[in-house]
Design a protein around this ligand. Structure first.
Ligand SMILES: O=P(O)(O)OC[C@H]1O[C@H](O[C@H]2O[C@H](CO)[C@@H](O)[C@H](O)[C@H]2O)[C@H](O)[C@@H](O)[C@@H]1O
Length: 267
């Protein structure tokens, strides 16, 4: 893999790679378009990122939001930032919930996978009730347990509650992200599988995917575009070796999208 330079500094090389191709953007939300904030409910996309995405869409570039959040949550969150979901493809719940631009959910997203999480929700809530500062976020195909505001000494015990539920309720697995544990259906599906699946639906050999993400759950998405696409890590949570380029923060992402927009409008 290359040096993971700042893609804004490497624009001529990136534009050369995109020449004659159809770039398609796959964007993570928290930590990528929206700065990480103490409360999940308060996250908002940077206005400059929203403007850049609007320009790219007007220029005809496909834009897919690949988020760990529930799809409905992201739709509402984008709309409140002035980014209407029409024309956007949104892959929510880490890619289990795909809808938009004429594409509907993949075969893994069924009632059975959802029912497994429903069984776990109430015991999880009860067993975590005495851990001050934990927040449970229910989504269509995942349950997030935020421990950002919990006592750090409690985190191993919080994780043990989740591990116990994984043992007790068949068909679930544990993943983690920034100060969060998640319960997900134990099926072979993640952001990378979602990206690959969407590319297969489009079936357009000219498309060149550009994936941008900041958290360990984005590694699958970056790996999916490693050959034949462009992967951009944000910040330092993703270890070297998965991305072609690296941006420091969501402000950098907005800057990169703005530069890409300028190029798209010119061509
Ligand atoms: O895949 P993403 O779109 O990046 O979503 C990943 C998770 O993001 C949210 O949690 C994270 O961001 C919060 C707001 O900045 C922060 O408070 C929290 O500590 C982070 O873990 C979201 O709440 C989760 O559902 C997503 O899975």
């Amino acid at each position: 893999m290359p040096e993971e330079n700042d893609p804004c500094q490497e624009m001529p090389r990136i534009l050369a790679k995109l020449a004659g191709r159809r770039p398609a953007l796959f964007l993570d939300f928290d930590g990528t378009l929206a700065p990480i904030v103490p409360r999940a409910a308060d996250a908002r996309a940077l206005p400059q990122a929203v403007t850049a995405i609007g320009t790219l869409r007007q220029a005809g570039m496909p834009v897919v939001l690949v988020t760990g959040r529930a799809r409905a949550d992201l739709v509402q969150r984008l709309a409140s930032s002035g980014l209407e979901p029409e024309g956007l493809l949104i892959a929510g719940s880490h890619g289990y919930e795909i809808e938009g631009s004429g594409i509907a959910s993949p075969p893994v997203a069924n009632a059975e996978t959802r029912a497994r999480l429903a069984v776990a929700f109430e015991p999880l809530r009860q067993r975590l009730a005495h851990f001050q500062g934990t927040e449970i976020e229910g989504k269509a195909f995942a349950i997030a347990v935020h421990w950002r505001h919990a006592d750090p000494n409690d985190v191993p015990a919080i994780e043990a509650v989740i591990d116990a539920l994984v043992r007790e309720v068949p068909g679930l697995r544990k993943t983690h992200g920034k100060m969060v544990f998640e319960l997900r259906p134990d099926v072979a599906w993640d952001k990378g599988a979602a990206v690959t699946w969407i590319l297969a639906q489009w079936d357009d050999p000219l498309i060149m995917p550009i994936f941008i993400g900041d958290d360990v759950t984005d590694i699958d998405g970056l790996d999916a575009v490693r050959v034949g696409g462009i992967g951009i890590a944000v910040g330092s949570a993703i270890p070297p070796g998965h991305a072609h380029y690296r941006l420091p923060d969501p402000e950098g992402v907005a800057r990169f999208l703005g530069m890409l927009g300028t190029f798209s409008v010119q061509t």
